[in-house]
Design a protein around this ligand. Structure first.
Ligand code: FE2
Length: 181
């Protein structure tokens, strides 16, 4: 099903960004300088690509449709996924806050590091569950027409993000990779 394939391929891009965040944390731990610009760009990626766009597709389009097809929200996998999206937003907020005072108190670096590590493990585990549990359930309940509908709605979300935003954010990851490696 094309719509689920798209979501899974975007998971691979998010995982790439998580590895870059992990690399940035390792460099900070070693006491090396990581340009603030790089950390800001990584957070921008997670806020826009992962949260606003990707989680937008799930929360506004896929999950409501799965509920209509009988997969429960409360006490079921969708509720767990929504809860984890919120947890992730909390970690991003904390990382943002710590970046604002990054070079002043030493605790700011620790706060960034701890929230980054929590975010990385949360999202990797979350992606694993979606790929291997929720999306497998989706493939069993969604129809061909549902797939078409999802593709149309995903297209709308991409359009609302603005022309070229998606590509630009992926290009930023290439730049970050060059700086960090
Ligand atoms: Fe998700």
């Amino acid at each position: 099903m094309r719509s689920i394939e798209i979501l899974m391929s975007e998971h691979r891009i998010i995982e790439r960004a998580l590895s870059l965040l992990e690399l940035a944390v390792t460099r900070i731990e070693r006491g090396e300088d990581v340009p603030l610009e790089v950390l800001n760009k990584l957070l921008e990626f997670f806020q826009i690509f992962a949260d606003k766009c990707y989680h937008g597709k799930e929360e506004n389009v896929l999950f409501p449709l799965l509920e209509q097809r009988g997969i429960p929200r409360e006490g079921g996998p969708i509720g767990v996924m929504l809860y984890e999206h919120d947890l992730g937003r909390g970690y991003i907020r904390e990382m943002r806050e710590s970046l604002e005072v990054f070079n002043k108190p030493i605790e700011a670096k620790d706060k960034f590091k701890n929230n980054a590590l929590s975010y990385i493990s949360l999202l990797r585990d979350h992606i694993y569950k979606e790929d291997n549990i929720l999306f497998k359930m989706a493939l069993m309940v969604l129809t061909r027409d549902d797939d078409e509908e999802l593709l149309r709605e995903f297209e709308e979300i991409e359009k609302k993000m603005g022309a070229g935003v998606h590509e630009q954010l992926i290009k930023n990851l290439d730049n970050i990779e060059n700086i960090l490696r």
